[in-house]
Design a protein. Structure first.
Ligand SMILES: Cc1cc2nc3c(=O)[nH]c(=O)nc-3n(C[C@H](O)[C@H](O)[C@H](O)COP(=O)(O)O)c2cc1C
Ligand SMILES: C=C(O[C@@H]1CC(C(=O)O)=C[C@@H](OP(=O)(O)O)[C@H]1O)C(=O)O
Length: 390
């Protein structure tokens, strides 16, 4: 599968066109909307989320609730668009209005795409950069991930995520027996954290940062269960699934680090405490006694749950701005301030889940039949059986 997204943060809509989705897949807008609603939530989101109520329109590739195999089009309207038609250039604007709205952005925010994008594309108004670099784009990326989750669910593969850390406060009491429990428990916390005590502290830290005009970062974790053995491949660098996943997670706005399994901790431990011992029984086939390597060996899945962590830096727009330079006068100024989230880690955990789901679904469709769901389901089932007996 592949997809393209288009659309500005304050334009009329966001669009995704997805190609290569198997036919005969039951697909309803509700499944996509549920993920979109999750992405909008979480403690620390800004006022924009009170304006938007993201809903997908499925405009092609589905008839009578089933995919046809043709490209699928998703559209999500920006409710905020009606407030931005003049600034976005869709309606004439008077000189007076232009000055009042401070239409041209000339003071780049450190940590955002403003200055690099303006230099690269020759924009004297950095709004032309901001509009597309905004994480509003993750709305349709999540919609694509939600579609991937629908495919995975049909194959018995489940994806869930949660928050491990915000502003230096780490979740300590993390316990769940199944992926369903992980899903339920993370939804119970406003910061999607399984440790109740840490959740409270995290919310306090978000409030404090907001009061100080500052922002804080964090760590999210995504788990994928029910994965067939052998997704990805060891035979060529660009077929290694852990590599693809790392790239995909790193491409999420503001993500600065990725770990698979114990990740960086592996540098500090001896091999005997890093590698997972192999075992076999009739019911489960080959499994590992531990899962420190997060379900990957040789760029391929080993059948254990995939465990992927992502680090998100603090949001760059600061209400107490850092110093910057005005690109007109070249004088030192405070960076521009835009309406902003104060912390988007909980929302980013949902984005991360969906980005991971997309990569895993794609790896499944590369390995097995991808034209129609019933054959795909048969093949995956047979593969599970064969690997058990191998
Ligand atoms: C869900 C989500 C919401 C975000 N909200 C904001 C925001 O309100 N303000 C902001 O400055 N950055 C926000 N960001 C981060 C910026 O989009 C990001 O830092 C920017 O695109 C620059 O890219 P980079 O940080 O990856 O270099 C958000 C990121 C995510 C994932
Ligand atoms: C709109 C979304 O996130 C936005 C991401 C974002 C940024 O700079 O990345 C800036 C803010 O948008 P606005 O400038 O309209 O207040 C966020 O709310 C969204 O996630 O749907």
């Amino acid at each position: 599968m592949r997809f393209l997204t288009a659309g500005e943060s304050h334009g009329p809509q966001l669009t995704a066109i997805i190609e290569g989705v198997p036919a005969q897949l039951p697909l309803e807008a509700d499944a996509i909307n549920a993920e979109l609603a999750r992405r909008q939530g979480g403690y620390g989101r800004g006022r924009r989320m009170q304006i938007e109520q993201d809903r997908v329109q499925i405009l092609s590739g589905v008839r009578h609730g089933l995919t046809t195999g043709a490209p699928i089009t998703f559209v999500v309207e920006n409710k905020d668009w009606k407030n931005w038609t003049k600034i976005m250039g869709a309606e004439p604007i008077t000189q007076e209005e232009e000055e009042k709205m401070r239409r041209r952005l000339t003071r780049p925010r450190p940590g955002h795409a403003d200055l690099n994008g303006a230099i690269k594309y020759g924009h004297r108004d950095m709004r032309n950069v901001l509009e597309r670099s905004s994480a509003r784009e993750t709305t349709v990326r999540v919609a694509c991930g939600a579609l991937a989750k629908v495919i995975l669910k049909e194959l018995g593969i489940e994806v869930a995520g949660h928050v491990l850390e915000i502003g230096g406060i780490e979740a300590k009491q993390i316990s769940y027996d199944s992926i369903d429990e992980l899903k339920i428990k993370s939804e119970q916390s406003q910061v999607r954290c399984l440790d109740e005590e840490a959740s409270t502290k995290m919310m306090k830290a978000i409030d404090e940062a907001k009061q100080d005009g500052d922002s804080i970062g964090g760590v999210v974790e995504v788990v994928v269960a029910g994965v067939p053995i052998g997704l990805g491949s060891h035979v060529h660098y660009d077929r290694k699934l852990d590599g693809k996943l790392a790239g995909a997670v790193m491409s999420i706005n503001a993500f600065k680090g990725v770990e698979i399994g114990i990740g960086f901790e592996a540098a500090r431990l001896p091999g005997s405490q890093v590698h997972d011992e192999i075992q076999w029984n009739e019911e489960d086939g080959y499994t590992r006694k531990t899962n420190r390597l997060g379900g990957f060996e040789g760029g391929m899945t080993n059948g254990m749950p995939l465990v992927i962590k992502g680090v998100m830096k603090p949001i760059p727009t600061l209400y107490k701005p850092l110093k910057s330079v005005d690109i007109d006068s070249k004088e030192a100024f405070d960076a521009g301030v835009e309406r902003s989230d104060s912390c988007a880690i909980p929302a980013a955990s949902v984005v991360c889940e969906n980005v991971v789901a997309w990569e895993v679904a794609n790896a499944v469709l590369e390995m097995f039949h991808s034209d129609q769901l019933p054959i795909l389901q048969d093949q995956v089932k047979r593969h599970h059986q064969l690997t058990k007996e191998f």
